[in-house]
Structure formats: structure tokens, C-alpha cells
Ligand binder design. Sequence first.
Ligand code: GLY
Length: 375
Amino acid sequence: MPRETGAPAGHDVIVVGGGVAGLSAAWRAAKLGLSVAVIDPHPGRGATHVSGGMLAPVSEVTYTEEPLLQLGLASLARWPAFRDELQEETGIDLDYRTDGTLQVGYHSDDMAYLDRLAEFERTLGLRVERLTGRECRAEEPMLSPSVRGGLLARDDAWVNPRKVVTALLAAVDRHGVRVIPERAAGLVAGGDSPGVRLGSGEVVRGAWVVVAAGAWSSEILPGLPVRPVKGQILRLRGPAGFLSRCVRGLVHGSPVYLVPRGDGEITLGATMEELGFDGRVTAGAVYELLRDAHELVPGVTELELAETATGFRPGTPDNLPLIGPAGPPGVLAATGHGRGGILLAPISAEAIAAFLTDGPVPDVVKSCDPGRFRS
Ligand code: GLY
């Protein structure tokens, strides 16, 4: 018989997944005085580890995804307080930057696209500035002379996700959260409280289970409409100040971005691939990312190639996350954050804390009801 531990009296909340979504929810819950356990064999080493960390609802807006924009804006507004609290509690500097995103174009088609995007963004009340090629290069001298113009979204920010996760792990530890370094094999519903079966066969029970297992969430709770969307990234190392803000562009029809860190590192991303859990880094992706980035910023090929990596974004059918009650009593989802896991961490954690304590759930999170796909 597998052993059962963590009866309701033991833990109020079991969080499955120690990425940014799970750890942020665990931190918030623990700060409310709840006893919390997080199950993850390698906390912080999933999608969070390879994320760019862009807090960029403005420059990532698309024509069909206004609810996602509203969610992103609401979470971006919460980021400064989230950062301050996390930095104060842990003493870890998150490398939070607020210099905005510069989205550049080369050809008349790109410029027409950027003009239409700027118009759309303005109708939504977003602040964007249209710059000429010369003005773009004045902002970012490493840009190619071929850049014809761009859009500067000054309200976008970014953060170093690896520092965020290091800080969250320190913060949850400080609040007495138990991190169980094991694989979760599945949910055990029924009985007085839900539980999670570990890879070892042991069942851990709590009054609540929060499924925050990213791209693996449907392995924990079958039926959750989450799939892996593979992303390959490169980390380059160069002089600090090589770029002063996030630079994005569309090259040969593929989007590419460069996210600079305070220490000179640059995250260059990212592919979007529907290949299931294929963890290979491919020569083609490295070639295309470098080729496209070189068109934007020719000097990138002089930088040290420090790392190549693959991650799996948790994608949903409508690109909105799944946050809230997820079927069996006592089970919540905090997953499906797609391309916006870091951006959406504060609002997602706030909502989970509200569900756990019957507090007010932010209105903007209502679009993320995990039950919305049920017919
Ligand atoms: N948010 C950037 C990405 O998913 O690649």
C-alpha cells in the first residue's frame, strides 16, 4: 500500500510545479499563513529557466487577443510591488528593467505592418512612438543601418527570470514552504481532500491542490487543454550596454527578440514549434536565430555563445491561461501561461490566493476560467 502523507491538517495547499507560476502562488499562499508544499523534481528548471523574461504586453499584443492584453497590463501594473516585496524579502536583485521594447522593421511591408500595429495599439490606449531608422539607431547604436524604422513601447519592462526563480525559492523557504523534490505522477481525487501521487507511489494530500505544472499539467490533470509549444533560445555574452533595451523584429517572416541583462548577457529567442516534448536543440534553430538576429544587430555574431536551450511553453487553445477551479473539488489550475509566464506571475498568484481564501478574484482573471472549453 502506498503511504499517504500531508493530510489536510498537514498542508493546506499542495502546489504541483515549481516554476514561476507555482512558486509565486506558493509564496502568496504561505504569506497568508497557509501551510504549503511544492512538488517538483527540479524547481525553476522548466520553461522559466529558458524564458526571456519580457514583461511586454504592449509589444506582444495581437489583433485577436484583447483579453490577454488586459490580463498582461493588469499583471505588469502589479510587477513593481511584486519585485519590491521579493527583493526586500530575499536581498536578490531581479535585474528589473523599464527601458521598453523597440520593435524594428526593414522593408516597406514591415513598416506598413508596424504602422497598422501602432494604430491598433493607440485605439487600445497604449503608448507607442513611431521612430525613423535614424531615431532607432540613436536609441540603439548597434542596430543595422538597414533598419527603416520602428515602434518604441516605453511601458514594456523585463526581468531576469533565473533571478526571479532564485528569489522565489529563497522566499518560499523563508515562509516555511516544503519543497518536495519528486516527480508528480497524477492527481488523486475523491475522499475528503485531493491528493497528488508522487513518482515513488506516495500520496501527498492537502485541502487544495494547485496544478501549476506548465506544459506537463495535463499529465497531472487529464483533460486540461495544455500542450507543449517548444521554444529554442540562445544565450550570448558580451559587454554590458551592448543593447539598452529589448529589441524585436520580424526577419524573413519570423519574429526574433534580443533581451539584454545588466551583466552583458543577451537572451536571443525564440522558436515556436509544435513538436510535443522534443527537447533537442537543433542546428537549424541555432542557425536561423543567429541569422535573423544578425540582420537586426550585426554585432551579435561577435558575442560569445554561452548556452543553447529548449523549453516548453504551456500553450492553450485561445492563448489565455487557465487560472481557477479546474474540475475535482479542491483542485485549482495555475497553468497555460503560454508566452507570458513571467509577465503573468503576479496576477496569477494573486488570483490563486483569492481562490484559496475566498477573497476577491481580479475581474480580469475571469477570462481565464479553466472550464471555458467544456461544451
Ligand atoms: N515570451 C517570449 C517567448 O515565449 O518566446
